[in-house]
Design a protein around this ligand. Structure first.
Ligand code: CP
Ligand code: NVA
Length: 308
């Protein structure tokens, strides 16, 4: 079974092949209307279940539209409205859904839930975000960087703020795609030490830099994300804001970055918190290309999972 669970558990050649196919499909579509099918329809006759245990705009719409463009059918399911949200086990849900659908995408809480789903499903499972990872996002991010700047190998990504799920997938990607990484945030919100250590042992240059201006000084890409992720305790909001405020991506910070440095944010953005309007809407921001590329990258991920 070919699941897409995490960047670091997918082999390098497969990740590269997925990105190559995503680029090719994007180019082949050109600017035809979004609701029209692709020339090739590899998902014809296939049904995809999209399960959300957390809110979503991009993941939900891009997967749904992507399935349609590939000739398949999708259904968006809210975890709370499924029996899953009322005590049915993940394992039983996986077994049952596998009798109805050809592919499952799930956005959930713990990584253990994702792995349990994959273990008991007899169809491929795609990770649409957990508390610890967001691999589809990072595939779109690498694709976007390379569209604008060429190969990401040997470049440096500076992450500003919380060492959250998206940051952790970036660390996974640094090892697979061969780029270096600077984390800049408060010590209390560092990414897991094991992840940082593992990446260093894999030969990547990983820096923890508490001074935001120094962190971006040699960055090719500056990335940030919300200060309070879905699943973080609401009671931690004020503490997080206080800790993270010095790491806001604003015009002053970007003045300390090289001229060519791009800015990404997986969105949704909290304008005026982790990023200012001036940066998000400014010339170095590629956030809407990044959002668009979710569609193309995920179409290629689904094809790879199904081998079509
Ligand atoms: N970036 C991202 O995954 O957005 P959604 O939460 O809207 O799906
Ligand atoms: N870190 C954010 C990403 C949202 C796409 C969250 O998990 O809420």
């Amino acid at each position: 079974m070919t699941h897409f669970l995490d960047i670091h558990t997918t082999d390098r050649a497969a990740l590269r092949a997925i990105l190559d196919q995503a680029e090719a499909m994007k180019a082949a579509r050109g600017d035809r209307p979004k609701g029209t099918p692709d020339d090739e329809l590899p998902l014809q006759g296939r049904v995809v279940a999209l399960i959300f245990e957390k809110p979503s705009t991009r993941t939900r719409v891009s997967f749904d539209v992507g399935v349609r463009q590939l000739g398949g059918t999708s259904m968006v399911l809210s975890g709370a409205e499924m029996q899953l949200g009322h005590g049915e086990t993940i394992a039983d849900t996986a077994r049952v859904l596998s009798r109805y659908v050809d592919l499952i995408m799930i956005r959930t809480f713990g990584e253990d839930i994702l792995h349990e789903m994959a273990e008991h499903a007899s169809v491929p499972v795609i990770n649409g975000l957990t508390d610890n990872s967001h691999p589809c996002q990072i595939m779109a991010d690498v694709m976007t960087f390379e569209e604008h700047r060429g190969p990401i190998a040997g470049k440096r990504v500076a992450w500003m703020g919380d060492g959250n799920n998206v940051a952790q997938s970036f660390l996974h990607a640094a090892e697979r795609f061969g780029f270096d990484f600077t984390f800049s945030g408060p010590q209390q919100l560092d990414p897991p030490e094991a992840l940082v250590g593992g990446l260093r042992r894999a030969g990547r240059d990983v820096r923890i830099e508490r001074d935001p201006a120094r962190a971006v000084a040699d960055a090719d890409l500056v990335v940030t994300d919300t200060w309070v992720s879905m699943g973080d305790a609401e009671s931690s909001r004020q503490r997080r804001h206080n800790l993270l405020r010095p790491y806001q991506v604003n015009e002053r910070l970007m003045a300390a970055a090289p001229e060519h440095a791009l800015v990404m944010h997986c969105l949704p953005a909290h304008r005026g918190e982790e990023i200012t309007d001036g940066v998000l809407d400014g010339p170095r921001s590629v956030v809407f290309d990044e959002a668009e590329n979710r569609l193309h990258a995920q179409k290629a991920i689904m094809r790879w999972c199904l081998g079509v």
